[in-house]
Structure formats: C-alpha cells, structure tokens
Design a protein around this ligand. Structure first.
Ligand SMILES: [Zn+2]
Ligand SMILES: [Zn+2]
Length: 379
C-alpha cells in the first residue's frame, strides 16, 4: 500500500513538473566554449541539494536553474544520512529527488546524473557518489544508526563504486583544523585503493589550495561545486557571483557516459569567478582553443597581435619580457571579444619570433599561472 501511495504521488508531481515548464517560460543565458580538439567542453554541477535533504528548493527548480545557466549536466546529491525535511515528505526513497527532476531534465535537455552525498562525521567527512544506480543501497546503516556515525563508510563507498559510480571528496576544509595539511587517513586509504577518484577544489565560494596539491599528487579529478542549498539567485547574491562555480568537462560527446569517461581520465577543469584551474595537459589545449590569434603583422620591430576570445571565460594575458620582447604588458581578454596587443621585438632580423604569455588567472598548480608560447613568422 505504501508503495502504491508513492507511485501516485510521483505521477502527480511529475505532471505538476511538466506544467511548471510550460508556465514559467524558461530562459537560457548562453555560456559557450569552443571544442578542444575532439572534445566538447561541458558545464557540469556535480553537487547540489533540494528539500529531499537539507536544501530549500524543489528538484525540478534545480533543473530550471541549470537550464537558465546553460549547464549541460547536474546531479542532485542529497545527503543520505541527513534529511532535514523528512517529516514533511511522503517518500523515504533516496532516488525520489532524481526521479522528480528527470521528466523536466529530459524536456530541457539537461543531463540529470543520479547521485547522493555520503554524509559522515569528520573524518572521513562527506563524499559525493555520482553516476550511481540506486542511492538507497548506498545508505549503509552505521552500527548505532547515528546519522553522523563514520562507521561503515567504506561499505557505502564500495557500494557506490560497485554500481559503476564515481566518488569524490567534498569540501576538504570542513571541520578540519586550520593547520590541517594532510589528507584524513581514512580518505587517503580509499584514494590509494582506487575508490575515491576526485576532489573539490571549490565548494560554495571557497577555494581550497591544498586540494589542488592533493589532486595533482594523487591524480584525482578536479571538481568545482556550488553545493547550493538555497535557490541559485540567492546563492549568487550571497556570494556576489556572476556565475556559479562549475566543473568544465572535456567529453567526447554530450552524454553521461562521456562525462564519466572524462572524470575517470581526469579531463576536468575548474571555472570559478574569473579563475580557470587544472592540470597543465588539460588547461593548455583548452586555453589555446579559447584564445585564438586571429591575425598578426610585423612592422620592422613592432609586432601587432589580434587576440580573439572564443569563450565565456576571461583571460588575463601578460606578455612576458624576455630576450625577444623588451616591453611587458598585460591585457584582460573579456568573453567573446577581440583585442590588439603590440609587442616590441628586439631582433628585427629574426624570421620566427617566439613570444611567451603568462595567463595570470589560469593556474596549473596553486598560485602558478600557465605560460604559453606562440611563434610568429615574418612573411
Ligand atoms: Zn557536505
Ligand atoms: Zn552537500
């Protein structure tokens, strides 16, 4: 009887969701990136909450927000062990939030990734499991059923992985002491055994520098999450953000399978405020795809370069003064704009002039900007 009740409720809510799409005229604000080689750049949010844990919004609203922000994929990762509004809900099902969102996600062409947040005391803390098939099975009851109990969390992680899921370490600053510079032992063991394969560098509006070090050292996928609990407009206003933090995923296709493949092969970037972060082998081709040299010309020892930004991100480009170029300068290349920079070249006889640029807001390690070089040929 209880099951029948849930099904009826699901059906009714699905119908309501369908109506919501029509009545609200959803609007998308386009956020575009060029392809990087054979890969598409997908904007993904792998960590959010709704009223089915301790969030404040209904699951379909998260999908509407994702559509408005031009996201490709989102995961409603409800806390398994902490459901603030459970007394108000008819369904105890941990997959229910996903199921409510799914019809609207399909309609708006948002990839809805089934996921949940394994929520234990620190250490080990919180872990997100995405691309799972059944969140209910990941709720492994701890010995005394204390929601914060850290016992048996390994079983929960292993269950998620056995479902084909991808597990990452959330907000690695949370309740760790300020001077904590080591990974919690329990987390490190699961990383070394291949069960945890990603880590958040950004959570809400916080950047966690040591996460960058750990991601590089342990070869983890780098993740940026909003972890929004309130509605997206309130979230953006609270943190004075123009756009939410997202993980940029370099995927072969715009499908869940391709996103998972990219996570497993570490083809992810952080886009947060005006920063891009990631490992050099992913960041450099990304920047070269976004920042195009539209044209250049020499006039004796002066080189004029027209940069074209084909993306939604900003790039702070600094011309590096070296043996070939004797005046340094910096430009801020805004989204979808072009700008001309003039470089003073030392050797007017040089046939091919290598010029180096530091992209100050693109980091390949904590505080370490990417440097790229272009060769300009005299015709
Ligand atoms: Zn959490
Ligand atoms: Zn969370």
């Amino acid at each position: 009887m209880k099951i029948g009740k849930i099904h009826t409720a699901t059906l009714l809510l699905s119908m309501m969701s369908a109506i919501t799409v029509h009545s609200q005229n959803p609007v998308k604000y386009k956020v575009t990136f060029p392809d990087v080689g054979n890969y598409k750049v997908l904007k993904c949010e792998f960590h959010t909450h709704t009223i089915f844990s301790d969030g404040k919004v209904w699951p379909t609203e998260r999908i509407m927000e994702a559509y408005s922000d031009d996201l490709d994929a989102i995961s409603l990762t409800e806390h398994l062990e902490f459901r603030a509004h459970i007394s108000e809900l008819a369904s105890p099902d941990h997959n229910h939030s996903f199921e409510l969102a799914e019809p609207v996600a399909r309609k708006l062409d948002i990839l809805n990734i089934k996921g949940c947040e394994i929520t234990r005391m620190v250490p080990p803390g919180h872990l997100n499991a995405i691309f799972v098939s059944d969140c209910n099975k990941i709720l492994i009851p701890s010995g005394n059923r204390n929601p914060g109990d850290s016992a048996n969390y390994q079983l929960a992680v292993k269950e998620a992985v056995s479902q084909g899921g991808f597990v990452f370490f959330n907000h690695p600053y949370y309740r760790l002491s300020h001077d904590h510079i080591k990974l919690p032992e329990s987390i490190e063991k699961l990383m070394d055994a291949g069960f945890i394969n990603g880590i958040e560098l950004i959570n809400e509006n916080r950047y966690i520098p040591r996460s960058f070090d750990w991601a590089l050292k342990k070869n983890l996928a780098m993740i940026a999450s909003g972890d929004a609990h309130s509605s997206m407009p309130l979230f953006l206003r609270e943190f004075r953000l123009k756009y939410r933090p997202v993980t940029l995923v370099l995927a072969e296709k715009r499908t869940g399978e391709s996103i998972l493949d990219a996570l497993q092969n570490r083809r992810t970037l952080i886009w947060w405020k005006d920063h891009i972060m990631g490992r050099k082998e992913v960041v450099e081709p990304f920047v070269r795809a976004c920042v195009n040299i539209k044209k250049y010309e020499f006039e004796n020892n002066r080189l004029s370069i027209t940069f074209e930004n084909l993306s939604a991100a900003t790039f702070d480009v600094e011309l590096i003064c070296d043996n070939n170029v004797y005046v340094s300068q910096a430009i801020s290349l805004q989204p979808n704009t072009e700008i001309m920079m003039t470089a003073d070249v030392l050797n007017s006889q040089l046939k091919s002039v290598p010029v180096s640029f530091r992209i100050n807001n693109v980091w390949i390690a904590d505080q370490k900007p990417l440097t790229i070089q272009y060769a300009f040929e005299r015709k």
